[in-house]
Design a protein around this ligand. Sequence first.
Ligand code: BGC
Length: 799
Amino acid sequence: MKNRQSIQKEVNELLTQLTLEEKASLCSGKDFWHLQDIERLGIPSVMVTDGPHGLRKQQGNTDHLGLSASVKSTCFPTAVTLASSWDVDLIATVGEYLATEALKEDVSTLLGPGMNIKRHPLCGRNFEYFSEDPYLTGRLATSFVNGVQKHNVGTSVKHYAVNNQETNRMVIDTLVDERTLREIYLPGFEDVVKNAQPWTVMCAYNQVNGEFCSEHNRLLNDILREEWGFEGLVVTDWGAMNNRVEGIKAGLDLEMPGCAGLNDIRIVEAVKDGSLDEKALDRVVERILALIVKSKRAITSHEQFDIDAHHQMARKAAGESMVLLKNDAKALPLSSSETVAVIGQFAKTPRYQGSGSSQVTPTKVYSLCDALNEKLSAEVCFAAGYRESGELDAGLISEAVELARSVDKAIVMVGLPNSYEAEAFDRIHMNLPESHNALIEAVNQVNPNVIVVLSNGSPVTMPWIDKVPAILESYLGGQASGGAICDILYGDVCPSGKLAETFPLTLEDCASNANFPGLPKQVVYKEGLNVGYRHFDSHCVRVLFPFGHGLSYTDFSYHNATVVSQTDEQIVFSVEVTNSGSVAGKEVLQLYIEKLNSQIERSKQELKAFEKVDLQPGESKTVEFTLDRRAFSFFSSASKQWEVEAGEYHIHIGASSRDIRDSVLVTLVSDYIVKPLDASKRQTVMTDQQFEALLGRTIPALQTMTPFTENSTLKDIQSTWIGRKVNQKVVENMAGSFGPNKPSEAVLLMVEKAIQGMPLRSLVLLGGGKLKFEQIDFLVKLLNGHYIRALGMFLKRKK
Ligand code: BGC
């Protein structure tokens, strides 16, 4: 890999030879997945592609929702699953495997990991994100990025920033106060930038506090580059560009996908008329050239990979990540002398990844039935129990019940069908399909030994929880998930996953629920810091399963929690953990910090360190954690900096946020005097006045639907006759991406929601040059009933 100086030298040489037009042309893609090349200077076109848990390299039709075919690649477990491993080394290794697959396909940059915070359990894309906790998110993303980039393949950490819902994601204005932004939504990005320098950061579609992320000077230039020292390139999410020239000024480098150079013209004009300083353009072009130069290895190495070895790695990763939620009376592991039946269509046609841009074409799929047949060397007894779509079928339930009567234990595999969670829309409730709940209840009537295996990308309710002895959360475990489930069910792998998110009892228990998904054009984060366990633990809210929870087939005891050393700069804490059970296993030690008698609004406790330890039966290990001052700090709304409040803190060490095993008291000194704004009292869900005091201004008035603009969505314009016709046309065009196969109901739903959420400008940006900005202007005039002006425009173009 070239070093920084030689890259810079090559970039500088190229830059001086570029014409203004060539510079502008580099600022957007050549097509859906490639950067622009410049033949006369030998600048190649490099490819970027999704991500994050496998490679979605499309060769024919292209789209940003995973509709058209892509080359086969290993489907590793999705982020929600991998995160539950709490295993930074494992995640780095998965990153390395992904990089090899990218190198085989000449892909320069993998568009992932997704690292938005799970603000609410219903976000449709939660399966693609790591956690509700920023510290955990940052640590895992850093490992992932380091793993991929070790092989000179780039990453794109996404979606920067505050993109925590799918509803209206392309236009919504997210209002968030500075402290919440700094403590919840940004620290993950800050960690990965400072500790892994991702080659690229992908900006989100939405607006933050009134500005689109694609032209957010504060987020891109001030925070990302100036404060955190980001050296790479910022790319738009696909179709997220709002105003190209403003974007350049704000530090947005690459617009994707390409829209046939339509924005290049605007860039050139702006430089010529003086509204854009060419130096700002040069900085952008330098960063794009640097990415191209760095990508040379990717486009020349043509590496190969071993499909089976990668499949086995996917199985291992899934096995290390799945979470044993409940295991009464040691119902698991199963013994080979017990008779079992497998019930649930997901055991045969598994749901192992989510729908949307992250959806890959796997090299193979290994279901639970496949794995059990192999393990038991016989065809396992199976009943479907429900239709694949989730529909209730009384006949299928009766068959399952009959089967369950005759065996010792019934493994019932249920979860969320594709139509329940996907990119482009949010879930509407937290329940499993009725048919799945009914199946569990019915089977349970004839066989009390029901082992529930869940396949879903985000929390679900479990009305039958007290009736079943065991529940395994397999999440969306990738193409080898069936093997991993089988490994855990039979004890070949000792479960060691821990939830990276809370499973609440009801949606109403979540503080964000009152403002999710918000209004069509605005969502106000009035819950502030009350996200996930921070809220549940601070306000003693009962939960179904707490953050960090996960059982094992062995037991762990904690001893000798102690502070080894303390200076002004850091505290070293240690604890000894022993495997006191009878099988080998892994424990995730979780360290939380609590400020006692705090004068400011503060969560009861915050995760600040963790470590996964592998222990043989009877073995003990001493684990040390080094905590810097930042681990004890809060972001002051008054001083606009990280500050430490003087006084006493508890360092808690535990097996989940609700299973603290030991605590040590430390005292910190600090000069900082808490200011009234830090100490201001708020409700769990802030009032408008409380929120405005933190925001420093009033909540902006809601935008009216009319007059229509280029940022009106296709849903907005459906109130007009012309709007309905435009919608129809776009749907017809999208249908072209499906090829000869009829799309499923779930895919149709995703496409419909995606289309409705698109602003008019993205018809140009995602249209590959088929539509021009002037045509959108013309359409907007018509939609607003300005027929004369539209006619004028039409005639002017005719001349
Ligand atoms: C998604 C991104 C993805 C891009 C390209 C967008 O719809 O939000 O995460 O990388 O499409 O497929």
